[in-house]
Design a protein around this ligand. Structure first.
Ligand code: F6R
Length: 365
């Protein structure tokens, strides 16, 4: 089953272009300006009346919810909240009646996510599930939903299921935008951008050898920071989680500008930082954060877009990804982080597909 790959994680990282195609297949409207989902079981009226979205999920799936929060707020101007399912279930948060409630779960068996869903249903909400495993408990109990069609994910660390959730989140943001105030023209632009995602991911995957060489040089560190802003902050968090899970290196993520409020005290020559620094409206701000880290002797790995002009010598290592639309950037920026943690873990001799203390789906509280 592994073919030419050494681990399922590696195989699943390289399967992402296909998983993204599968998430999109048959889901764009004929006019090319929006997405459609057959399984939501909600009328356009119900969706139009939505005044708030809530996402509950755990771990990697929650980071997909946090990215989706940015895109839905930007494209559809609907306020979004995203919570850890394990917290939501006991938090008794007030929910307005026009809240559209989503859970996100690859396996569809995560007990905390299932409990959050049941709690929302008990309060009278319809719950929609973004889920990969067809016929899972969450899929069966949900009032509607969107299947990911990413194919089986065997490696314990989530890879292709995550980027597939990001794709569905982007399509959902587009869909909700188009039933509100997003123009035909903007919709067409986003559809084109999403359709380009598989090729952009293929391009990012071509950096594998370069990333492997970098990973081998950092494999013996004991702490790392992952820094990004806006929709790339949850991607930084996912990068840190991936590294922790499979290499057992302590890693933390922060919105880059938060460093000066405390975590910068950690910086020294033994604590490298990975910066996500695309050419966007915050480019110069992130570059300033990088300069603050460099001034304190912290090694820097920069993940940047090929249209950006990083100051010479600022980063010790640079990984370039193709410039792309903001709806797709979180997907493309995830690729080098997955490859980095994978190659670090391999270099350390870790059991990549079955990390210690972890199970593929967490069915106990
Ligand atoms: C991380 C990882 C976990 C899961 C989390 C939720 O690589 O796999 O953080 O994302 O346990 O699992 P699902 O999506 O199956 O509910």
């Amino acid at each position: 089953e592994l073919g030419d790959y050494a681990h399922f994680m590696e195989k699943e990282i390289f399967e992402q272009p296909q998983a993204l195609e599968n998430a999109m297949r048959g889901r764009f409207a004929e006019d090319g300006s929006t997405a459609n989902f057959g399984g939501l079981n909600l009328s356009a009226n119900e969706l139009r009346a939505t005044s708030r979205l809530m996402f509950c999920a755990c771990g990697t799936a929650m980071f997909a919810g946090l990215v989706t929060e940015h895109l839905v707020e930007r494209f559809a101007r609907i306020p979004v909240e995203c919570d850890h399912a394990s917290e939501f279930r006991y938090r008794n948060t007030p929910l307005f009646s026009n809240t559209l409630f989503f859970v996100i779960s690859q396996s569809g068996e995560t007990i905390d996510t299932l409990a959050a869903m049941r709690e929302a249903q008990r309060k009278g909400f319809k719950v929609l599930a973004i889920n990969n495993v067809v016929g899972s408990t969450i899929a069966r109990e949900a009032d509607g939903g969107i299947y990911q069609h990413a194919g089986p994910e065997i490696g314990v660390a989530s890879t292709k299921a995550f980027t597939s959730q990001l794709m569905i989140g982007a399509m959902l943001a587009l869909y909700l935008g188009r039933i509100r105030d997003m123009s035909f023209r903007d919709g067409v632009e986003i559809v084109k951008a999403l359709k380009a995602a598989p090729d952009l991911v293929r391009e990012a995957l071509q950096q594998a050898d370069h990333i492997k060489q970098i990973a081998q040089r950092y494999a013996q560190v004991s702490d790392m920071l992952f820094l990004g802003r806006l929709e790339l902050f949850p991607i930084a968090a996912e990068g840190a989680l991936k590294l922790k899970e499979i290499s057992y290196i302590h890693a933390e993520a922060y919105p880059a500008a938060e460093m000066k409020h405390g975590p910068i005290a950690l910086i020294n020559a033994d604590c490298p930082s990975v910066f996500l620094v695309p050419n966007n409206e915050l480019f110069n701000k992130v570059v300033s954060s990088m300069q603050e880290i460099k001034a304190r002797g912290g090694p820097i790995i920069a993940i940047t877009t090929d249209d950006a002009d990083l100051p010479e010598g600022l980063a010790d290592d640079v990984i370039t990804i193709p410039a792309c639309h903001e709806a797709v950037l979180p997907i493309v920026a995830t690729i080098p982080l997955q490859l980095f943690s994978y190659y670090v873990a391999v270099e350390r001799g870790c059991d990549v597909d079955k990390p210690r203390n972890l199970a593929k789906s967490v069915t106990v509280e």
